[in-house]
Design a protein. Sequence first.
Length: 460
Amino acid sequence: MSGFDLTKLLAERGDERYDLHAKYLNHQLPRMLHTIGFDRVYERAEGAYFWDDQGQDYLDMLAGFGVMGLGRHHPVIRQALHDVLDAGLADLTRFDCPPLPGLLAEKLLRHAPHLDRVFFGNSGTEAVETALKFARYATGRPRVLYCTHAFHGLTTGSLSVNGEAGFRDGFAPLLPDTAIEMGDLEALERELKRGDVAAFVVEPIQGKGVHPTPPGFLRAAQELLHKHKALLIADEVQTGLGRTGDFFAYQHEPGVEPDLVCVAKALSGGYVPVGATLGKESVFKKVYSSMDRVLVHSASFGANAQAMAAGLAVLTVMEDERIIAGVRSTGELLRTRLTELIPQYELLHDVRGRGLMVGIEFGRPKSLGLRSRWKMLQAARKGLFAQMVVVPLLQKHRILTQVSGDHLEVIKLIPPLIIGEPEVDRFVEAFTAVMDDAHTGGGLMWDFGRTLVKQAVAHR
């Protein structure tokens, strides 16, 4: 009998968490957290909240980068995982057809009735990799188009369609690819006319900066792609499963029916990594064209019983608790309350997004005093003001948010989809207090700004 005791291990060595990361994992993570004062010790979590070692509660407006769509430790998902473990299933034999993957695929495809089949992997980047491979094989073409500022993952294939140079630098050569500006149909058609494009991959709302595709763009892009025998890939890794007020974000635009759709994050329930690539019958039948090709694309842990059980529980909860209807109403309330603040604060320039995917953008103020401070930050590093807002939201108001991308003055809110009016009230009140400090020259906030400037200059 093994002597392993997880509870005892955590009790004995849990306090070493930051030292262990610094010594054995990404050493820059604890360094960054210490620098900006995010080095909290969180001990438990439930729903849209977690608690630190002092018993203080924190509102989560980040949802683990969107993974915690239904919040932390939803009882239905927990029970599903207990049940699947207690069942002692013969999982991952690789030479049978267990029921759970088929049941989850069936349930997923009900939300995309124009699609026919699903491949299950283990992450969002794997779902994108699958779509890229399938599109290239099905069309017999090598090149993939994507949008500038896109984020589709960090493995080599998905990195090839990542629009952020900071992620790509030093990892060449990548796959044949070409970036176009979101909304630029002329550029899209120009590239398609070269005859070597397999697909165009696009986020219906870009995570970086929270930029929705322009009205009509997806439908027009789809028509151009099909005219030139190329495929449309919708990356719904972050926007899918109700995040934007529809099951998939592409469904906001009538007539859009992507050939391949990538899903992950919230499908996991926050427990077991999972990715899914939904696609048309014609694409799948070309890839898996014979018994000789039965394993031409697979994943060692893909479609494991725990992930499938979590996914089935997630979709059931979304239906039973009418999650998407709640996202629409709560998202509208949050965006309205924030938009109403724009006339009050000259540093606050825009509030945008759909559902519970919201971007808050800051910009150059008009008054002389604020403008000089703004220039100081911009000269050191673009994006520092947004960081100045994120930090007091956590340190003073115990609300976790994120800057929406490197060198962006945008905060992104992607809270658990279960939040309601109390969470909106708490966030708006805290955000208002932070903006008050910023506009009145609040000492703590601008002192921190000067600290960030010094650090930015030191790291040039």
